[in-house]
Write a protein that binds this ligand. Structure first.
Ligand SMILES: [Zn+2]
Length: 475
């Protein structure tokens, strides 16, 4: 590779408010077209915007989670352009006076931590949505005026995989601090990528191309990779990369030119005269900081550190904030985080369905904790616990109740277990001889046979002891 790629991402994330940024219309996704609109978000003459305080709170939380500096004074500006889904003819955004700047996000790439700069986080409103149906086009303005934060990243990323990792990490942060539902499919988390290439060793940046609205993590990597190769091809052929905006066609697996890229001056930004400057006093920022939920990275470190989980388990169990909360609750009730983590990973996660911030978990933390306590006490075996779990799913029954109702018991009669072991050793003389001769992994074979015979109800410790005794193996 004679070229180095330079990538900066701009992410638009919808803030999880009940109402829009400058009016009281609801933000519920999926409502019938044009039913969540009013004079303000329709851009009717004379209608005046009023800033949503909750949107400001969530925007400040976003910026703080990304280690940005919060500016005491900021201002809303009008970004002027014409588009059918923009009824006012301008978008309310922040321009040269954003409410925050100068942050960073740490990402893990190939086991190394990289610090990616965040230029700024600012607030703006969303536009409506155009839909093209054959020869007609229709506009739905339910989304018009929905509050967004734009998170502008520094051009610190050097490859498509790195860019995708940045995006995943950023989404995790926003979801864990509760400002965004991380839903790329529904468009509440969108990404534009600025991509340029330059000869390796060159300090000057190449001409950048903006890739618009890439709506899945899979496409991000493909689209950026494709763009890097395309630009390298242009330069190799002695051409010049043209500054433009390109879209990504997933079906064809290639990008296409949309328009030549606008410069800031094309938008004729100016301060919105309908909105006073935004002043964030220290006590407000302090309060938002004090209520900041734990960031995913810190949570992972705590799970692996003080709770003693493996790095992998900590990673899996922090995949979704509700799953992490469920695990923590069950671990606190039970007392042994590793045991709970193993059970949640091997059984519960299989039945968990997540959509955005919602996670459907079919059992309660209390059910899991008391189920595992039954195993601890020797009332049932680990294998039986899985069976009981199956009967708990989707109910609010207690594990004790299930165990009693099916008459389940763990076989703890040492004599009975020994008799079964003796019979199985007799019926597999070859394995028994090999085991005596030192093939110690065959012990697992016999344990498995006993469990099969007893439908998993034998106490595993007693099984081990009986087998070792009968085979004359060291305890
Ligand atoms: Zn409205």
């Amino acid at each position: 590779m004679r070229y180095e790629a330079v990538i900066g991402l701009e992410v638009h994330a919808q803030l999880l408010t009940r109402t829009k940024a400058f009016c009281a219309c609801p933000t519920t996704y999926g409502a019938p077209p044009n039913t969540q609109v009013c004079p303000v978000c329709l851009g009717l003459p004379g209608a005046l915007p009023v800033l949503n305080g909750e949107a400001v709170r969530l925007a400040v939380r976003t910026a703080l989670a990304l280690s940005c500096t919060i500016r005491r004074h900021s201002r809303f500006a009008r970004k002027n352009y014409f588009y059918p889904d923009l009824p006012k003819g301008y978008q309310i955004s922040q321009y040269d006076e954003p409410f925050s700047d100068g942050g960073h996000l740490e990402i893990e790439v190939d086991g190394k931590t990289r610090k990616i700069g965040i230029t700024r986080v600012h607030m703006e409103e969303d536009a409506g949505k155009s839909q093209h149906l054959g020869r007609t086009s229709v506009v739905d303005l339910n989304r018009s005026g929905v509050p967004l934060v734009e998170i502008v990243g520094e051009p610190d990323l050097r490859g498509a995989a790195e860019a995708a990792e940045y995006l995943r990490t950023l989404r995790d942060v926003l979801v864990f601090v509760g400002v965004n539902d991380g839903n790329l499919e529904e468009g509440s988390f969108r990404c534009d990528a600025n991509v340029s290439v330059r000869p390796v060793g060159e300090a000057k940046l190449g001409t950048r191309v903006e890739l618009k609205n890439i709506n899945s993590f899979r496409f991000v990597e493909k689209a950026i990779d494709h763009e890097i190769v395309r630009q390298a091809g242009v330069l190799d052929a002695g051409g010049r990369v043209v500054q433009e905006t390109r879209g990504w066609n997933e079906d064809e697996g290639k990008s296409f030119s949309m328009r030549s890229k606008e410069e800031a001056q094309d938008y004729r930004y100016f301060p919105d005269p309908d909105l006073p400057p935004l002043v964030l006093d220290e006590s407000f920022v302090h309060e938002v900081r004090a209520r900041m939920p734990e960031l995913p990275r810190a949570k992972r470190q705590r799970f692996a550190g003080e709770m003693g989980l493996s790095a992998y388990a900590a990673q899996v169990l922090t995949g979704h904030p509700r799953v992490a909360a469920f695990f923590e609750e069950a671990a606190a009730l039970h007392g042994n985080p590793t045991r709970v983590a193993n059970f949640v990973q091997s059984e519960v996660l299989r039945d968990v369905h997540t959509r955005g911030l919602v996670a459907e978990i079919p059992v309660s933390a209390a059910q899991v904790a008391s189920l595992l306590k039954l195993v601890d006490r020797g009332t049932i075996s680990g294998k039986q616990a899985k069976e009981v779990y199956g009967k708990l799913v989707g109910t609010d029954r207690s594990p004790e109740d299930v165990v009693a109702s099916v008459g389940m018991q763990q076989v703890t009669d040492a004599g009975a277990i020994e008799a079964i072991c003796a019979r199985l050793i007799e019926s597999s003389p070859k394995q028994a001889a090999d085991l005596r001769a030192g093939k110690t992994n065959l012990l697992g074979f016999f344990v498995g046979q006993v469990m099969k015979e007893t439908k998993g109800s034998a106490n595993p410790q007693l099984v081990n002891e009986a087998l070792k005794k009968l085979l004359g193996l060291p305890g």
